[in-house]
Ligand binder design. Structure first.
Ligand code: PHE
Length: 458
């Protein structure tokens, strides 16, 4: 019989689970990464493919992760093993959980570097350092920050520490408390900024850039990036959502909950795009500027607007909150495993993981300065970590999860956990998880790797 509750605790109610999982999903991926990769990949065409990936791959796999977590009621590693046993299979399925935990560390190590930039900008905006900037000056400030390992180290360290504090608090006194405070604040700030950008005078151009579908813009490359991003932005393929699912109430519906989370995540990404691109166009900046998009273009815009310092401060604060709640979920699978398998206290588990990801982060941090010449597959460590996680490990983890749930778990198990309202919806889900999602991931994933290695070789 499946357990009733995880030893780590349970969310107070269904809405807390939705908010916590949305907190995991909504992060730098939505506000920093989505706009810049949409910008680099031609806008509308990319956005459309990304939306299709969310629907056909993201949502069914997210349902699967929540299902495994709630059935296993343990860390992803142990839940994978437990559910495999229950279905009469080999415990080596735990390997998917191991790969996920590793992906979590690797993502964390570059995530916290970018989050560190965000903290730096919160502070800068807060003390009014970015007044009257031209785009050249803003570029100098950003590049100056990247070239300065000591400053980067301070902010990176601070970010790792605030995540450790929440993890040490545990599910109810840490994760849930952070969720209750940060998520409502995030939504309010996002709304304020959307209204602001709607009045910037260039809203229509931003809208057009994101939603104008021009098939000629559609490259294979864009499809590959869109799939990887669908996993990254929904926190899938590595166990974050599985861990959160293990704290979910038995009576709560998985289908409706997952749809809400995916919809909120997508909405935040689109709103972030709609807040950022009008400002980009209003200031004749380049939408394809890359990772610096948010950090260079926005300070310019904010510095020239009435009240821009306040809005700039609020904007980066919001990004900081979003990054914080996501990073917590990157660490939770590992922390839960350490507690249940090695018997560590939450505080010890958090300290141990914090030190590991902090140290790994130094490599990502150095990519912009002292380690700039260190290349893996032709990429800096930072770019490599981003590529290997988002485009390889997460899709691969998602592929295994889809195959596991679709082909290895028994029908009774999945039907019982999902308890979907109609048999028709269950059949549709099962069809998608058995055939459509794995096929889509396998094809795109294979092309992705092929292209990367072909490019690397030439
Ligand atoms: N979904 C988060 C974001 O968009 C990143 C993340 C990925 C978090 C994987 C957890 C797991 O920023």
């Amino acid at each position: 019989m499946p357990r009733k509750q995880s030893i780590h605790g349970a969310w107070a109610n269904r809405w807390i689970f939705i908010l916590a999982a949305t907190g995991s999903a909504v992060g730098l991926g939505n506000i920093w990464k989505f706009p810049y990769i949409a910008g680099e990949n031609g806008g509308g065409a990319f956005v459309l493919v990304y939306l299709v990936c969310i629907l056909l791959v993201g949502i069914p796999i997210m349902m699967s992760e929540v299902l495994i977590g709630r059935r296993g009621r343990q860390s992803p590693i142990n839940s994978m093993r437990e559910t495999a046993y229950e279905a009469g299979h080999h415990g080596r399925w735990a390997g998917v959980g191991w790969m996920g935990a590793l992906a979590g560390f690797l993502i964390f190590s570059f995530y916290s570097v970018v989050a560190g930039w965000v903290l730096y900008y919160i502070a800068g905006m807060g003390v009014g350092q970015f007044v009257d900037l031209g785009s050249e000056q803003a570029g100098l400030i950003f590049n100056g920050l990247l070239a300065d390992p000591a400053t980067l180290l301070i902010w990176h360290t601070l970010f790792v520490v605030i995540v450790m504090l929440v993890i040490a608090g545990g599910v109810n006194k840490g994760l849930e408390r952070a969720t209750r405070v940060l998520m409502p604040a995030l939504f309010v700030l996002l709304f304020v900024l959307l209204v602001y950008s709607m009045n910037s005078g260039h809203f229509a151009e931003g809208w057009d850039f994101l939603f104008h579908f021009d098939p000629s813009e559609l490259s294979w490359d864009a499809v590959l990036v869109a799939l990887g991003h669908a996993f990254f932005t929904l926190s899938l393929g590595m166990g974050s959502i599985m861990a959160y699912g293990s704290y979910m109430g038995k009576g709560d519906s998985i289908g409706g909950t997952v749809l809400t989370i995916a919809a909120l995540d997508t909405l935040v990404a689109l709103i972030a795009g709609l807040a950022i691109f009008p400002i980009v166009f209003a200031n004749q900046l380049d939408p394809g500027a890359g990772p610096g998009l948010m950090f260079i273009t926005l300070p310019v815009a904010f510095s020239q607007m009435a009240g821009g310092q306040v809005f700039g401060f609020l904007f980066f604060l919001m990004v900081g909150f979003a990054a914080w709640t996501s990073a917590i979920s990157l660490m939770e699978p590992g922390a839960a495993w350490l507690v249940e398998t090695l018997g560590l206290s939450r505080a010890r588990a958090s300290l141990l993981l914090g030190v590991v990801v902090w140290a790994l982060g130094l490599l990502a941090l150095g990519s912009f300065n002292v380690l700039a010449d260190l290349k893996l597959l032709g990429m800096t460590v930072f770019d490599f970590l981003d590529f290997i996680t988002a485009n390889v490990m997460l899709p691969l983890g998602g592929l295994f999860i889809a195959i596991f749930v679709g082909w290895y778990l028994t029908r009774e198990m999945t039907e019982d956990e999902l308890s979907l309202r109609s048999a028709l919806i269950y059949h549709a889900w099962r069809l998608v998880i058995r055939y459509v999602s794995p096929a889509a991931v396998a094809v795109i994933f294979a092309l992705n790797l092929y292209q990367k290695f072909a490019d690397g070789m030439s």
